[in-house]
Design a protein around this ligand. Structure first.
Ligand SMILES: NC(=O)C1=CN([C@@H]2O[C@H](COP(=O)(O)OP(=O)(O)OC[C@H]3O[C@@H](n4cnc5c(N)ncnc54)[C@H](OP(=O)(O)O)[C@@H]3O)[C@@H](O)[C@H]2O)C=CC1
Ligand SMILES: O=C(O)[C@@H]1CCC=N1
Length: 266
């Protein structure tokens, strides 16, 4: 696959790492205006760094946009005349609707929105996808790309903002939980490095139990909570202090933030 990433910042770099390590590319163009921060990709076979978005688009078929929302419209205008029937446009931009993309490139382009997360760098992103009517013919290509880099789910466009909170921002939310459990482990006697190792592997184990067994979290919790034991004591104290409520409130606040910002202001 001939892929271009337009805007190789935090997310773009993560996607690039995933694509390179999984050998998913025939060629990969990485663009940004200042190329200094992506020199780590220089020298990889078939990977090209450029500030010229037009060059990247004309030499690629799959164009992944990963710029800040306020930059997308200008870039779409810049490259619109170069687009052919071979191009598949994949936008990872938060809050930028398919309708708005079509207003720059037309309804005849294959347009897909993707919401991955930074775990794409290590092949563990869950990526939500939706498309315009024409793009439905190419959604399998997007699924094939993102399934190499984790898992994917096709969803209706109206759920993309919710997907952003759950999956993309979700990485930051889970990091805070891992940091908090690390801090607790240090207070309980482990040194910092051991504490983080225990916290992150326990987190991975909990997620894998659900992924492998398909159980509801409470079924797994029931297996751990000895009556009158230390686990239920800790869990109930966390809930008295608002653990679940705080997480739900935080995610709803995050969702409201996305919905409160018009794309023009992003
Ligand atoms: N970060 C995340 O975890 C996620 C982000 N997203 C979405 O992805 C998008 C990117 O986010 P993120 O990676 O965090 O943002 P960054 O600011 O880290 O990356 C954006 C990159 O775009 C480059 N850029 C700006 N203008 C141009 C241009 N005209 N041509 C080419 N490149 C350009 C910038 O580099 P330079 O200034 O050198 O040009 C910058 O490196 C956002 O829309 C965000 O909503 C979605 C899911 C997860
Ligand atoms: O925080 C943000 O707004 C973006 C969208 C999801 C991840 N980063």
């Amino acid at each position: 696959m001939k892929i271009a990433i337009i805007g190789t910042g935090n997310l773009g770099c993560s996607i690039a790492k995933g694509l390179i390590t999984t050998n998913a590319i025939t060629s990969l163009y990485l663009t940004k205006r200042d190329l200094k921060s992506i020199q780590e990709f220089d020298g990889y076979k078939n990977v090209y760094l450029t500030s010229d978005n037009k060059e990247a688009v004309s030499k690629s078929d799959i164009i992944i946009f990963a710029v800040q929302p306020s930059h997308l419209e200008g870039i779409l205008e810049e490259i619109a005349s170069l687009l052919t029937e071979n191009h598949v446009l994949i936008s990872t931009i938060t809050g930028f609707s398919i309708e708005k993309i079509e207003s720059s490139v037309g309804k005849d382009q294959f347009v897909i929105r993707a919401m991955p997360n930074t775990a794409i760098a290590v092949g563990k992103s869950v990526t939500c996808l939706c498309s315009n009517q024409k793009g439905a013919e190419r959604i399998k290509i997007a699924e094939a790309i993102f399934n190499r880099l984790g898992t994917s789910m096709v969803i209706p466009e109206h759920l993309m903002q919710a997907a952003t909170v759950v999956c993309a921002s979700g990485i930051a939310f889970w990091m805070r939980l891992i940091r908090a459990t690390t801090q607790a482990a240090i207070q309980l006697g482990f040194d910092a490095k051991e504490a983080q190792e225990l916290a992150m592997h326990t987190c991975e184990g909990a997620a894998n139990l659900l992924i492998t067994n398909g159980n509801h979290p409470e079924q797994e919790i029931d297996k751990v909570t000895t009556p009158k034991g230390c686990t239920i004591e800790g869990l109930n104290e966390m809930e008295h202090k608002g653990l679940s409520s705080s997480l739900i409130h935080g995610m709803v606040a995050s969702f409201q933030k996305i919905n409160s910002i018009k794309t023009e202001q992003l």
